[in-house]
Ligand binder design. Sequence first.
Ligand SMILES: [Ca+2]
Length: 483
Amino acid sequence: MILVFAAVGGLGCAVQVAADEQASVRGSRPNFIFLLLDDAGWTDTGAYGGRMLTPHLDRLAADGIAFTDAHSPAPNCSPSRAGILTGRIPARTGIYSYLPVAHPMHLRAEEITVADLAVQAGYRTGLFGKWHLSDLDNADQPGPLDQGFEVSFATSNNAAPSHRDPVNFRRNGQAVGKIEGYSCQILVDETIDWLDSIGAGQEDAAPFLACVWFHEPHTPIASPPELVQACLERHPELTQRQAEYLANIENVDRAVGRLLDWLDQRDLARDTVVWFTSDNGPLNAFSKGDLRGLKSHVWEGGHRVPAIVRWTGRIQPGMWCSVPVSGIDFLPTFCELVGVQVPADRTIDGVSQVPLWLGREDDFHRATPLYWYFYRLNPSLAMRDGDWCIVAHTDDADRPKAHPLLREDMPRVLQAKPVRWQLFHLGRDRGQTIDLADDEPQQLERMKRQLDKLHAEVLSEGVRWDIPESYQSRANRRVWDSE
Ligand SMILES: [Ca+2]
């Protein structure tokens, strides 16, 4: 057996593995549970240095691989979810921003989702929680059941009126009314019921893909009072609001713990990939660590997120990996493990993370750079090349914009060109405090050309939505600077 050791420090994953392990996992058809938080920041678990108590999520990290340079596909809910499900840069799918109520933008039926591929491969598929890729009240838009999910227990956007006693869940499209309890616990109850109903863990049961997409810790927050009180006692420096926030994630951790216990009880831990991350950066400054920027920003704080993958018996426990990865890697990773082809009739931007999971960093190659575009915020563009990160405004930066995507935005979103570049070396300056654009002209020029090309190519594929004029009258416009 050949043993490979990847060096710690700089880019890399510290691990010792068998070199032939990678071939053996191809086509292994594990179950998948994709746990997604909504608006959780980079440091919002104990494993990543947060002040909340998250023993179950920390256990996932201790038993699997945790990424220090992981990213959401976008700094904002809906585009990020589109990227996770399709493996594509979100703007390619036509999702440029969050989906407001009764807006025409949605994930189109012609997109191929990881759930579509899973069904074709004989998987059972379920979507539980916040969807935010169509309006579930609009039967003309494709919902989860049209995008490869066999069952859905979902809300269009946030749990309403809050995480406590939500009233807006739909089960397979049908409104279910008020449910008592907290959203994260309700989701896990539903997930476990479904897994039991499909015989998961029984001999000859089909493998499953469960997307468990929590509403927490997106506002409006509601947390169990005993957890809030315990946070305040442990951390008297916290405000009530901060304690509510920490307790909110602790409540998710309890829910995740119940799901992990269920896997253990069914002896499924070894057969199940558990992938945990967040859909974008936080609204709270105390959740971003030393990163620059918050949710919606293309600065690191907008999209660098926690990411942990556990696959018991396959991934060496306790690995920390500093290679840049993204949620758009989920679909190609799934394809490799299940042994199905990545869709060949469209551009897939993500890449399988399996080599990193197995400590074979030399076999990990990202063809398309990680790239973020959010037309509403200034700056609007970011792109990675190893440790280097270029950040740019667009020539549309000074135009006032509303919170929702408006009719007047549509042509501009697809025409905006990069201008006013900044350059950062994230290996030395993760907080993006020192602009090296003047000091590194060759690196800057190289990345400018690369960004110009990729941005133009992505937008050439973008969808032009026919947005009603009625949105014009509701929305105040302003210039959204995130400096
Ligand atoms: Ca979000």
